[in-house]
Design a binder for this molecule. Structure first.
Ligand code: HSE
Length: 445
């Protein structure tokens, strides 16, 4: 292949990649680069070679046969190698990855990363560093696995004012919720299945408590609203409080329970939140099952667009990583910068939009209470809600335990302000007839 000269320098025919990480995703990426060299060459016009692979333990048995000498435990073998043009990072986490990425960018290397945590925490800094050094950093695989949502927000949907993003962006929780809803599997069993299938993070708390989704939502919102948000801006509730009865009641009321990650613009402020929610069974997000992810974008021009696909696992994530790799190689030598830096941390993108606290959110609620089965209890609860200006939509009483003298009541409400609901719940929990406020879940219409 002939050398071509780009606008900002010679681009070599042979493009060398340093891969950091050889886990589930890294193995998929390495297998692609080694096994589909002609596809990569056809897509990029260059030969793309795997030059080094950073691992923690060279002696570990692996699912892939690699040419000898490729593995190293020393990051410097990639970072200090001037012949490596692109670093593909699929290790995850921030330590020591963030420093590796900064060092690579400072040396003018391009980066492809699947790392949502490092992008959510340090995206603006990394993008600025990339810009300063004439490098690109692409991160499609950081959100939604094989779903091309990052690139679409940066490019194809860039003309839109984004009204909202409603998404299911954690495959592990969606897998667990689907198993609990359909098979009545216990939470623990469903989690260990998800881990066995390679969906869950090393520390599954990040999945279950919504932290992984909060990182991903931070990235989507920063791109959609063109300003840097922090994951601390995302209100976050996990799924561990959900019990089998909640799925039964939800189904009876015509809802599925899904862990949603939502960003929406409301009166000049952005609301960012991750929580389990009741979603009407006929809504498309209610039908997203298993490890599948979905992202619904509501834009001023495009209206509602729904992306649906596999949000985790080796092959879908390899699709996103290699797609970015191809894009980076195609851009080499041109002055085309990472469009992320324009969308997210570009010059002049100050923090124009404030983040509205969760207490201001108007939502409908599902409340499940364990109460004493005595006359007047329901009236007391209705009084507390009425005093908080919270209007009841429906009441269910199904499970009574005559021996224990208790009953389970489920109440759904009309839209109420989060702060009023919190006050009412606190008062309710203090009523002598209320044994437990078992669960409170927002309803998304
Ligand atoms: N643990 C993540 C998930 C993997 O379950 O979605 C993909 O980011």
């Amino acid at each position: 292949m002939a050398s071509s000269s780009g606008m900002s320098g010679e681009v070599p025919d042979e493009i060398n990649v340093g891969l950091m990480g050889l886990g589930v995703v890294g193995t998929g990426v390495a297998a692609y680069i080694l096994g589909k060299a002609s596809s990569l060459a056809a897509a990029t016009g260059r030969n793309v070679n795997l030059k080094k692979v950073l691992v923690r333990d060279i002696t570990r048995a692996r699912d892939i046969d690699l040419p000898s000498g490729l593995l190293t435990t020393n990051a410097e073998d990639i970072l200090a190698d001037a012949e490596i043009h692109i670093v593909v990072e699929v290790i995850g986490g921030t330590d020591p990855v963030e420093n590796h990425l900064k060092q690579a960018l400072a040396a003018g290397k391009h980066i492809v990363t699947a790392n949502k945590e490092v992008m959510a925490k340090s995206g603006p800094e990394l993008l600025a560093l990339a810009r300063k050094n004439g490098a690109n950093i692409l991160f499609e695989a950081s959100v939604g696995g094989g779903i091309p949502i990052v690139g679409c927000l940066m490019n194809e949907l860039a003309a839109n004012d984004i009204r909202s993003i409603r998404s299911i962006i954690n495959g592990t929780t969606n897998y667990i919720l689907t198993r609990m809803a359909n098979e009545r599997t216990s939470f623990d069993q469903a989690l260990s299945e998800a881990q066995g299938l390679g969906y869950a993070e090393a520390d599954p708390i990040n999945d279950i408590e919504g932290i992984d989704a909060a990182y991903k939502l931070t990235i989507l919102a920063s791109l959609a609203y063109r300003q840097p948000f922090q994951s601390a801006d995302v209100y976050c509730e996990g799924i561990s409080r959900l019990e089998p009865q909640d799925f039964r009641y939800a189904q009876e009321l015509g809802y599925a329970i899904k862990s949603l990650a939502i960003a929406n613009l409301d009166d000049g402020a952005v609301q960012l939140r991750v929580y389990p929610a009741l979603v009407p069974s006929e809504h498309m997000l209610a039908k997203v099952d298993g490890v599948y992810n979905a992202v619904e974008v509501d834009g001023s021009l495009c209206g509602q667009v729904l992306f649906h696909g596999m949000g985790a696992g080796s092959e879908p994530t390899t699709s996103a990583v290699v797609g970015d790799l191809i894009e980076v190689v195609r851009k080499m030598g041109s002055q085309s910068r990472s469009s992320g830096s324009q969308e997210w941390a570009g010059p002049g993108n100050g923090a124009a939009l404030t983040v509205r606290p969760i207490g201001d959110l108007q939502a409908r609620y599902y409340i499940r209470l364990d109460v004493a089965d005595n006359p007047g209890v329901l009236a007391q609860i209705a009084q507390v809600l009425g005093d908080g200006e919270i209007s009841i939509a429906a009441v269910l009483q199904r499970d009574t335990d005559a021996e224990a003298g208790s009953a389970e009541i489920v109440i759904t409400t009309h839209p109420a302000k989060g702060a009023s609901m919190q006050d009412a719940l606190q008062i309710m929990a203090g009523l002598s007839q209320v044994r437990r406020v078992s669960n409170v879940i927002r309803i998304e219409e």
